[in-house]
Ligand binder design. Structure first.
Ligand SMILES: Nc1ncnc2c1ncn2[C@@H]1O[C@H](COP(=O)(O)OP(=O)(O)OP(=O)(O)O)[C@@H](O)[C@H]1O
Ligand SMILES: Nc1ncnc2c1ncn2[C@@H]1O[C@H](COP(=O)(O)OP(=O)(O)OP(=O)(O)O)[C@@H](O)[C@H]1O
Ligand SMILES: [Mg+2]
Ligand SMILES: [Mg+2]
Lengths: 255, 255
């Protein structure tokens, strides 16, 4: 059955969605069956795969709030073979407050994703920039966590809390199998001393937990968002596509 | 009394905090008395001004949750003359759920900021990347909104919802005086066609609401975060500092 991986960082704009799309696409290229789950009301993952959230009949909101809705009901095919999607829309922003008083609220997503596990090799969950109940649901449903990190100071400051508080608390109280697959340096600009210094600090503190793969900053990624396709089909022979292929291989080697 | 301005965009990492710090600093340079309010549990604004959130006795969390705590109790001086701060820390992440059942929950921040208005010319509120109750509180407490926008596709897609739904609903139901001061293009890279195309689209749709000032992408800004000071003291004669000085002048001219 599938390995479920949450893509989490409460810092905004660090490449969570970009990693979900492109790691998903490169794993599919390697013949793995992948399900992407958009767990952000902003629905960037859904938009980034060329799907209009306003045109959806149902989304991950219905999945976690309506007992009648199953993952099968909302699942969509994407333009990439072997890569499916559970889309979201802005209604998901209402889910957090509605879940607060539910019994076993943290395991809501896990319960509705479980039926999907036999059909896939990987399920990747794209999270919103927050450590609220939706993100805790994703961590509870997951076997592993990937933490995209832009090599900038604010993201570095937030990393300690994410790893030592949020992830550790979920491991200790709800999901002991959860482990960190790796910290991924994204939007990396080799030319700036600042980025190199931050990366050095991250490697010093987290050692082998940091992926050897580094994703450099390139305009190729924003261009793909507008076209609604991953880097592997937009610019298949680019360094950008190769970087996420390397990440997919490194992830498989770590399992 | 002060003009209160919320700095809002639900898209993460678009330059909200950077704009709060540096617009605050450039307004202070022009002799205005400015209060910055950190309304994000990540506390990037607090960290970016060289203050350690873990060392605080009280923060904006206490301000909105504890009736005994006043803005005066938590107010700090910064390294910049004329620029004060209401700091935050991670405990603020608990406020949203605690406020849900409060009577007149949307006006909580407005009520505790009102006593500060006579002492300042501007109060700038840095918001988290979400459109939840904390951000609605900031919009309710404000006279104006500044929307930093990275010229990338996901941020553009979210802009319509922010302007036509969230801001409009707050204007219609709670705060009719609220207006959009402007949309600010940030992290702009003149060399990429993608950024220029997105900017063109924004100007086409929003016209004069878009500030003429554009903030270009430069490593100077991440460097300032680590040192805990604004661009005006770190690199006073840089293009980066000049860009925010131009924004301060343009904002004053629009009032
Ligand atoms: N390696 C890269 N080089 C250049 N741009 C990138 C890179 N990775 C992502 N981007 C761009 O940066 C922006 C932010 O990335 P993305 O939306 O994936 O981050 P996020 O962490 O999911 O943001 P949010 O916190 O809002 O969910 C997007 O416009 C994306 O195209
Ligand atoms: N003009 C710029 N050029 C280059 N880097 C910038 C610029 N403006 C901001 N940055 C950097 O980009 C990162 C994100 O900016 P910032 O934290 O201000 O965004 P934000 O919208 O407040 O993020 P969040 O949604 O997490 O609160 C920071 O490391 C900041 O230093
Ligand atoms: Mg995202
Ligand atoms: Mg911020």
């Amino acid at each position: 059955p599938a390995r479920v991986i949450a893509i989490v960082n409460q810092k905004g704009g660090v490449g969570k969605t970009t990693t979900a799309i492109n790691l998903g696409a490169t794993l599919a290229e390697l013949g793995r069956k992948v399900l992407l789950v958009d767990f952000d009301p902003q629905a960037s993952l859904t938009i980034g795969l060329g799907i209009d959230p306003l045109a959806l009949d149902a989304s991950t909101y219905d999945l976690v709030i309506d007992p009648e809705t199953t993952a099968e009901d909302i699942r969509l095919k994407t333009s990439v073979a072997g890569l499916d999607l559970l889309p979201s829309d802005i209604s998901l922003s209402g889910a957090e407050i509605q879940l607060v008083t539910e019994v076993a609220r943290e395991t809501t997503l896990q319960r509705v994703l479980d039926p999907m596990r036999p059909e896939y090799d990987f399920i990747l969950i794209d999270c919103q920039p927050s450590l609220g109940l939706l993100t805790v649901n994703a961590l509870t449903a997951s076997d592993g966590v990937i933490i995209p990190l832009e090599c900038e100071y604010f993201a570095l400051r937030g990393l300690g809390f994410l790893v030592d508080k949020t992830i550790r608390t979920v491991q200790q109280r709800i999901n002991p199998k959860l482990r960190i697959e790796g910290i991924l340096a994204t939007m990396f600009d080799m030319r700036t001393l600042h980025a190199r210094e931050i990366l050095e600090e991250v490697v010093e503190r987290f050692g082998e937990t940091v992926f050897h793969t580094i994703i450099s900053r390139t305009v190729r990624f924003p261009e793909t968002n507008k076209l609604g396709e991953p880097i592997t089909t937009y610019a298949p022979s680019s360094l950008a596509a190769e970087a996420y292929r390397q990440l997919a291989r490194e992830l498989l080697a770590r399992l």
